[in-house]
Design a protein around this ligand. Structure first.
Ligand code: ADP
Ligand code: MG
Length: 241
């Protein structure tokens, strides 16, 4: 697939915290362009602004200044409720700590976004997603009855259930051992290929940059380097995960 249609554009994004002596320029004038179907890694040391940037792109937090255009829509200009619905339909989120509902089983967690929209789940589609993520026999389990890797797969299933245009992942393998990390990355790669989902993955793991199309290096809230990776290495063959 040719990846030339711009699906995400950020222009001059800024988010500062504090003031005076304690001013932190968490995101300091960042501009970015991502084409449909691209797999993007945002890398940088802890505190470089990765999570803040991802939150601004996904509308989980407000920018002080700048623009975010997703699928042609100026997200920051939308009214609150309109933005919430837009986000729920177009964007999936995956976090380091999974963010699952502890009292709900896998099935309930995964179908939550559908139920929030007031729709009835399409059981065939849900089965396909659960199968893809190897959770077909775990539907009735609650998060505390799952391993870390299974919990993250459940979170990925939930993020995919609405077939989002954009999948935003914040350190998705940060809490996992290296073998489980690889399994999760292989799955994300498969999702990217199979559904053409555009993905941004925030990481401080230096190996992940080899498996993506575009790499964005952050330092002190700014883009230090941004390049397209011509020769991707499949997650299955990455070293030092
Ligand atoms: P990363 O995800 O790369 O580790 P963050 O985006 O979480 O970095 O943080 C970037 C900088 O902004 C850090 O210096 C952090 O302490 C600061 N920061 C993040 N969130 C807040 C907040 N809510 N209040 C004050 N400072 C914050
Ligand atoms: Mg972070």
């Amino acid at each position: 697939m040719e990846k030339t249609r711009e699906i995400l554009k950020a222009r001059n994004l800024k988010k500062y915290y504090g003031s005076g002596e304690s001013l932190v320029k968490a995101v300091d004038n960042i501009s970015l362009s991502v084409n449909e179907g691209e797999f993007v890694a945002i890398v940088g040391t802890s505190g470089s602004g990765k999570s803040t940037l991802l939150h601004l792109l996904g509308g989980l937090d407000y920018a002080d200044e700048g623009e975010v255009i997703i699928d042609g829509m100026d997200v920051l200009k939308m009214k609150d409720e309109e933005q919430t619905v837009f986000r729920r339909r177009k964007i999936g989120f995956i976090f380091q700590n999974y963010n699952l509902l502890a009292a709900s089983n896998v099935y309930k967690n995964v179908t939550l976004p559908i139920r929030l929209d007031g729709n009835r789940p399409d059981e065939a589609y849900i089965d396909m997603i659960l199968k893809l993520l190897g959770l077909e026999d775990k539907k009735g389990r609650r998060p505390n009855q799952l391993s870390g890797g299974q919990q993250q797969r459940c979170a990925i299933a939930r993020a995919l259930i609405k077939n989002p245009k954009l999948l935003l992942c914040d350190e998705p393998t940060g809490a996992l051992d290296s073998k489980t990390s690889r399994d999760i990355l292989v799955l994300l790669e498969e999702v990217n290929r199979k559904f053409g989902t555009t993905m941004l993955i925030v990481t401080h793991n230096n190996s992940i940059k080899y498996m993506v199309d575009q790499v964005v290096y952050l330092k002190d809230g700014r883009i230090e380097r941004n390049y397209r990776n011509e020769e991707k290495v499949p997650a299955a063959r990455l070293e030092d995960l």
